[in-house]
Design a protein around this ligand. Sequence first.
Ligand code: CMC
Length: 427
Amino acid sequence: MPDTLTVTDNRTGRTYELPVANGAVRATDLRQIRVDDNDNGLMSYDPAFLNTASCVSRVTYIDGDRGILLYRGYPIEELAEKSTFLETAYLLVHGELPTAVQEREWTHDITIHTMVHENIKRFMDGFHHDAHPMGMLLSTVGALSTFYPQATRIHDEEQRRTSIWRLIAKMPTLAAMAYRHSMGFPYVYPDNDLSYVGNFLNMMFKMVEPRYQPAPEIEHALDVLFILHADHEQNCSANAMRSVGSSEPDPYSATAAAIAALYGPLHGGANEAVLRMLERIGTRDAIPEFLAGVRAGRERLMGFGHRVYKNYDPRAKVIKRMAEQVFSVTGTTPLLDIALELEKIALEDEYFVSRKLYPNVDFYSGLIYQALNLPTDMFPVLFAIPRTAGWLSQWEEMLLDKEQRIARPRQVYLGPERRPYVAIGQR
Ligand code: CMC
C-alpha cells in the first residue's frame, strides 16, 4: 500500500496524491490544490493547533489516550523513582543519560553558574512589594540577556552550552530572590555545596542560621516534582519558546517569553488556581454546589482536563502517591480532603466522564507545595524552574533542525475588502 493520501477537489474535479510520512501530510502540499491561477492554494485551518504538528521532535513522547509520558524514551514513573532533576535535565538536553563523569561535569557546570550579577538585586528592589513572583521572574530572566550579549551567538555551540548552564543554574536564584523580595527578607547567596534543590530551599528559607540544611524528605519531594515538570513536548510555553526562538534572539529573551506563556491559569498558573479554588470551596459540603456550577459552565474545575491526555495524567498519579507520603510527614490539611472528595465525585460524574476529564499534574502539586511551606503565588514559579530544562532542549532542537525557519502562521482573512478612506466629517 503506498504511503499517500488521495484527495479529490470537488470544486474542480481534480485529484491529487499527497505523501504521508510519520502519520502526517505536509500542509504545504495542499498549496498545489487551486481552483484557478488567482487562487493562492488550499490552506489547513487549525485554530489553537488542535491537529497540527509544528515540528519533529525527539525529546518527549506523550500518548494521551493511554496516559504515557516518556522523556527521551524513559518512562516518567521510572525517572521520578530513580533519577534526580539534574540528571533528567542532562537527559533532556543531551538525549542520553549521563555517565558518572558526565554527570559530575554537568553538575559542576550548572553549580558554578548559580550566582547572578549584583545589579539584578536592583531590578528586584524596583518591584512593588506585592508583585507576583512570576512577573518578577520573567522580567529578570529577560534582563539577563543584557548581561550576556554574547548569548546572541546562538549558532555557536559553545555559547549555547553556556547559556543552557546559566539559565538552568540561575532560575532557582532568581525565583528565590523574587520570593525574598515579596517577604521583605534579605537575599540569600547560593550555597554550592548543596544539591540543586537543596540550594534552592536554602536561598528561599535560610534565616540567621550559619548554614542551611534542607530536610531530606522535602528536598526529595521537590526534586521529584521538578522531574515531573521538566518537559511536556509541544505545550503552550514550549511553543512560545520555539516560536520566539525561531526569530533567533538570545535564549534569555526566548525563555522570558516561555515563562510568560506558562504564567496563565490554563497552563502553569493552574497549580495556583487549584489551591485558590479549593480555598474558595472551603468545605466538603460545598462541593456539590461547586460542581453544579461547573456543569452549568459558570465554573471550571482547575487541575482537571488536558489537551492531550484523555486519561489519567501519569504525572498526577506519581504526585498523588507522593502527596500521601508528604502528608504522612507534615500532617494532612482540610484542603486535601476537599481535593480527594472532588476527584472522587468528578471521576464518576457524567459531565467529566463524557468529556474524558481527569486530574492533571496541577491538581495535587499545589497541595504538596503548600505542605512544604511554599507560598501560593510561587507555585507557577516552581513549575518554571524545572521546565527551563525542557524549553532549552526544545529550543536547541529547533535551532538544529534544518527544516525550521521563522515561525509564521497563515490566516484566513475575513475582514472588510479594500475600501476607500472616508474623511472624519463624512463618517
Ligand atoms: N472544568 C470544566 N470543564 C472543562 C475543563 C475543566 N477543567 N476542562 C475542559 N472542560 C470542558 C470544556 O468546557 C469543553 O466542554 P464542551 O465540549 O461542553 O464545550 C470540553 O471539556 C473540552 O475542553 P476544551 O476546553 O476544549 O479542552 P482544551 O484542550 O482546549 O483545554 C485545558 C485543555 C487544560 C486548557 C482545559 O482542560 C482546562 O482549562 N483545564 C483547567 C486548567 C488546568 O488545569 N490547566 C493545567 C493543564 S496541565 C499542566 C500544564 O500543561 O500547564
